[in-house]
Design a protein around this ligand. Structure first.
Ligand SMILES: [Zn+2]
Ligand SMILES: [Zn+2]
Ligand SMILES: [Zn+2]
Length: 307
């Protein structure tokens, strides 16, 4: 699944938590009906599109780790799994235990029952007979029990006892501010890339770049012109130092690229003085033009400056 699709999905969830769910395939993350595998979610986390906010644990097969498990009830006597569920009745005098419907009522009104084993009639519940509740009857050996043996089978057919299962820890996530700001500028970046192409400058939207640390960064707009190595990003809150730390860290991790940061808000001059260097430039959209237009103007100016 490409990153723009994932981003569009993430954009649609807002503040909701993305929780793991056990489906027939095992563990998946469901985002409004769209299922992402733990691998896809992990990729989003590595690209800082998701933030871990919680943890959940699920039983998993101790042979293969599958979380797609189902329960099997077995007859404790013959191990058959052909069990049926019944409302159970016990005739105390002869201990005959069977589904209640087998104890034929003599008549509907007088509540007198006949025992199919000893043939005796009885009427007093708690004295003559008991109604212990629901139970299971083995359809192979007719054994009746309220406590069938419980087994678990995984999607790869490994059978185990329920308490032999392992526990798998998995994370719940929320969409990060990085993902939200990427989603917010996505359309503008696509427009800018198209316009630049019209001017003979190749640019890529939302491209993944691996930094010297091994971390994967998603660059909103990356120029692919051989003469300039520039990434373009947008900042919605340019006076938030935390956002700058992220941008600066990324810039350090990608030493061959310079960064242009586009913003709609005026930046505090102290912040500006620290960050406005040759490799990190701020482009303030003071005239309120379209971001795509601003980027194209700036990039063309850079390209022309090089000629
Ligand atoms: Zn298994
Ligand atoms: Zn049985
Ligand atoms: Zn009886």
């Amino acid at each position: 699944m490409d990153i723009s699709t994932i981003l569009m999905i993430l954009r649609s969830i807002g503040d909701e938590e993305i929780r793991p769910k056990i489906k027939s395939m095992g563990l998946l993350y469901d985002i409004k009906g769209m299922e992402l595998t733990p691998e896809q979610i992990n990729e989003c986390r590595e690209s800082e599109l998701l933030l871990q906010v919680s943890r959940y644990s699920y039983p998993a097969c101790n042979t293969c780790g599958s979380t797609a498990l189902h329960i099997i009830f077995e007859c404790p006597s013959c191990r058959s799994s052909m069990l049926t569920k019944h409302d159970i009745m016990v005739h105390y005098e002869c201990s005959y235990t069977a589904p209640a419907e087998e104890f034929r009522a003599v008549s509907r009104s007088d509540m007198v029952h006949t025992c199919p084993r000893c043939g005796k009639q009885f009427r007093k519940v708690g004295i003559d007979y008991g109604r212990p509740g629901f139970g299971f009857r083995c359809e192979r050996c007719r054994f009746i029990t309220q406590y069938p043996a419980v087994k678990v089978v995984c999607s790869n057919d490994h059978v185990s006892n329920i308490y032999d299962l392992n526990m798998l820890m998995v994370e719940g996530y929320r969409v990060s501010s990085t993902a939200n700001s990427l989603a917010a500028v996505y359309e503008e970046m696509v427009t800018a890339a198209k316009m630049l192409k019209g001017h003979g400058v190749e640019a890529d939207v939302l491209c993944k770049v691996t930094g010297t640390s091994g971390a994967v960064h998603i660059i909103p707009l990356m120029l692919k012109d051989s003469s300039i190595s520039v990434m373009v990003d947008y900042m919605s809150r340019p006076n938030d130092m935390m956002q700058w730390f992220r941008i600066i860290a990324r810039s350090v991790d990608l030493p061959d690229l310079s960064t242009i940061i586009v913003t709609d808000e005026p930046i505090d001059r102290h912040i500006l003085a620290t960050i406005n260097t040759a490799r990190l430039r701020v482009l303030y959209n003071k005239d309120g033009v379209r971001i795509s237009q601003l980027i194209v103007q700036e990039v063309l100016r850079m390209v022309e400056g090089l000629v």
